[in-house]
Design a binder for this molecule. Sequence first.
Ligand code: SF4
Length: 510
Amino acid sequence: MNAVTPPKPEHVTAAGTALSGAGCHGGRETMREAARAAGKSEALERLQKDYPQGPHDQPQSMCPAFGSLRVGLRMRRTATILSGSACCVYGLTFTSHFYGARRTVGYVPFNSETLVTGKLFEDIREAVHQTAKPEDYDAVVVINLCVPTASGVPLDLLPKEINGVRIIGIDVPGFGVPTHAEAKDVLAGAMLRYARAEAEAGPVARPRNLVEGARTVALIGELFPGDPPGVAALLAPMGLALAPQTPAREWRDLYAALDCAVAAAVHPFYTAAVREFRAAGRPVVGSAPVGVEGTAAWLEAVADAAGIEAAALDAAKARALPAIKAALAANPIRARITVSGYEGSELLVARLLVEAGAEVPYVGTACPRTEWSDPDREWLEARGVHVQYRASLEQDVAAMLDARPDLAVGTTPLVQKAKERGIPALYFTNMVSARPLFGPAGAGALAAIVAAQTRGSERFRRMVGFFEGVGTPEGAGYGFTDRPVDPPGFRERQRKLRAARAKAEEAVGS
Ligand code: SF4
């Protein structure tokens, strides 16, 4: 093990002790201030530039770090270690395994003392050394959650590589990265950056399934598994193949992705990843092959960026567009639908719905506006659709109540609110993650589920009438008719306990 260079105590804010009990609800500005004071200004500025906030601070969604964790866990021969409060780590590991990670999540615990003295950094370093075994791993990822970021735990001081295993430390605080979608980009971008530097420095490992001399398109975004083969079929007449996707599934795939002819930001929030493709000299196109018009425009953009001849582009269009047109005609959608979500593909879904005949008055996305969704935004706005970036739950709900749609596609709390009012609703993630979206397959798949859901509207209305008044806040629970009463003195006891705890923490910190 190398000689230890402990981080200077000033890296770890004096507020570290107090922060150790802070969390999502602990005051974002306090956390930011602490992080700046602890030497994380540059990291925070980069996050703020890549993932601009507003009109409000942060859409309501799960802990953003889940995005980075998931990207790490899905990569072969990659270990992922969390550094954060136990409650955050519990929630993140629970969610990972709920989504079938089947991989170990590493965790370096801390307490007030190890946080303040810098021992936490030493513990992380030790964990990294223990984990970085070249026979097991290509890379070890360490993710700083809110409190270690706010306390300035300096992951950039970790070794860059141990016995050939790459070490990647990233800060993914909830007070700096607005959504879990963008957190995927934080890790994807960091890995591409590392791989680009390796490729620029000399020969690198040969990517699996590499076809010598093939010109490729690198898709950026986590897609339904059936979509990439569909996109490959769309590109084939232009002599283009698919490069491995970003986020990558294996380290050596990063080299093949960077070696593409064109990068396609089909999910439009991968700002850091796009920066790396551009730094590697690759042109980047936005939007995606959805519906007839979307597919035509996307093929044109790819052909233009890759310098494909007009005849090949025409051949690609001639093969794809009639099939998409036929699929849309065979599966028309006659319904008013509002769309909201935090996946980043909301505008694409709305485009496809509109092309299939739906009336879509509103689409809200938790993701920011970027140049890669501009073609979709312009297309939708030209058809009277209101597009809301960084949409809050309140905006999504207000739009749904205002539009009274036949189907509300949205996040879990929105779906719950819709169902309470007898409006058929569908969880966005379930809809897009379980079926294709692109090309002819996407055109047919979406209509079927919309039709099935809107057919249930009469049943919803009957259910609302049947359960009228049952389970609403004051009368929740079987057998209660009156407003529930707190046990005498309960609230006061809790208040005093909280005050005593805060005082004790202050005393330790002084
Ligand atoms: S790491 Fe996630 S769960 Fe923990 S405080 Fe930050 S945003 Fe909340």
